[in-house]
Design a protein around this ligand. Structure first.
Ligand SMILES: Cc1cc2nc3c(=O)[nH]c(=O)nc-3n(C[C@H](O)[C@H](O)[C@H](O)COP(=O)(O)OP(=O)(O)OC[C@H]3O[C@@H](n4cnc5c(N)ncnc54)[C@H](O)[C@@H]3O)c2cc1C
Length: 357
């Protein structure tokens, strides 16, 4: 008979969410067991990894940017140092203006303190060769991209070295979540944190986490560019002479598995509106983002099961949200500190009490 083994935490899923939770707990010297079975299209592994503090169709400062962005640089640098691997690529982002009106709007906005930390420069005329920027554009700092696959693999190696990692599907039948603790096969834990993305499970299936399909293409180009270009799509240059990433599509209606011709056409058309250098498409990927109706992540304790927690709903911004929010979740569990109300699972608890048991 296998001897039972005690850990402090079980973590289900090791995408961007589970990686951040696991790293924070390892830093605190907690004993952890991480269970993850990734698929080829796991969202975190196919993401272009972009982080950008000025986003959205209305082009505003992203939610909590002043807290999230300084923290993310420090966090990923910390993981790089411990793992000895490189995956964080800070890089300025250029957003061409679409009109003189937009140019004027940004000239006015940039005079105030709100955007001071993020605006490197504003150009009022075409500035970059091969970019369609007749009205000039906004040069944004504190941006860049994370090589998500390399980051997740690096954290996985750390977990395997310093804790316990199981590359398998954690079946519901193998998990018991009881008041006295968690049991998974021969492992016993004090607490469990679900970082399972769009995979459903019976403990949290009452939460409104919806999959939002997205696709990206990979291109090769001889063009040289040390800048992310973004308007309608983002174009992220390669760091090692390899593939560039262009993305992403957003399609709530498309429930089909796999890549699509429509998405490829949409990305190519948008790219050609934005830049005019030659490129070849060498790949295409798809994945499902875990999104929520109010576009905020969900973190905190299950309404009834005191040792059971969730860290999910990262939507389109897993790279920038998971470092800061994983610390917030763990401080709430370990030290009883409050979770920001906008991301607290508490806001959905009525759904739990009204769901069939
Ligand atoms: C096309 C596309 C482009 C994107 N680009 C960006 C970008 O540029 N920047 C950005 O910040 N975000 C981007 N995103 C969003 C980002 O990918 C998500 O926010 C993030 O990956 C969500 O991470 P997660 O860990 O919550 O979920 P996931 O990545 O889905 O990870 C969950 C993991 O848990 C595992 N799992 C679940 N249940 C079990 C179980 N029972 N047993 C074992 N394993 C389990 C899954 O297999 C998976 O490995 C993009 C997403 C898509 C689809």
């Amino acid at each position: 008979m296998t001897k039972s083994q005690d850990v402090d935490y079980i973590i289900i899923g090791q995408g961007l969410a589970g990686s951040a939770v696991a790293f924070q707990l390892l830093t605190m010297k907690k004993r952890i067991l991480v269970i993850d079975q990734p698929l080829n299209n796991t969202s975190s592994r196919i993401a272009a990894g972009l982080f950008n503090p000025i986003t959205g169709q209305r082009v505003v400062k992203t939610w909590m940017a002043d807290r999230l962005f300084p923290y993310l640089h420090e966090y990923y640098r910390g993981v790089e140092e411990v793992s000895g691997e490189k995956f964080l690529y800070p890089m300025q982002l250029y957003r061409p203006f679409g009109s003189f009106a937009e140019q004027n709007e940004w000239m006015a906005k940039s005079a105030g303190p709100e955007f001071e930390a993020y605006i490197e420069d504003i150009s009022t005329r075409a500035t970059y060769p091969n970019v369609n920027d007749v009205y000039g554009g906004l040069l944004v700092r504190q941006c860049g991209y994370l090589d998500t696959k390399c980051y997740i693999e690096s954290v996985r190696k750390l977990i395997a070295r310093e804790a316990i990692f199981l590359d398998e599907e954690a079946a519901e039948n193998d998990l018991s979540i009881l008041p006295e603790g968690i049991r998974y096969k021969h492992y016993h834990a004090g607490k469990i944190i679900f970082c399972n993305g769009t995979h459903r499970n019976k403990w949290f299936d009452w939460l409104p986490i919806r999959p939002l399909k997205g696709e990206t293409i990979r291109i090769l180009s001889s063009h040289q560019q040390e800048l992310i270009i973004n308007r309608g799509v983002y174009i992220v240059p390669a760091h090692d002479g390899g593939d560039w990433r262009v993305g992403a599509t957003y399609n709530l209606q498309d429930n089909n598995v796999g890549i699509s011709e429509d998405a490829r056409r949409e990305l190519v058309e948008k790219m050609k509106e934005l830049v005019n250098f030659p490129f070849n498409i060498v790949g295409q990927e798809w994945g499902l983002r875990p999104t929520t109706p109010d576009r905020r992540p969900i973190l905190g304790r299950h309404p009834e099961l005191r040792s059971c927690f969730i860290f999910n709903g990262m939507g389109t911004k897993g790279v920038s949200l998971t470092p800061f929010l994983s610390e917030m979740l763990i401080r709430s569990i370990e030290k009883g500190e409050a979770i920001n109300k906008e991301v607290d699972i508490e806001r959905y608890k009525l759904l739990y009490w009204s769901s069939p048991k």
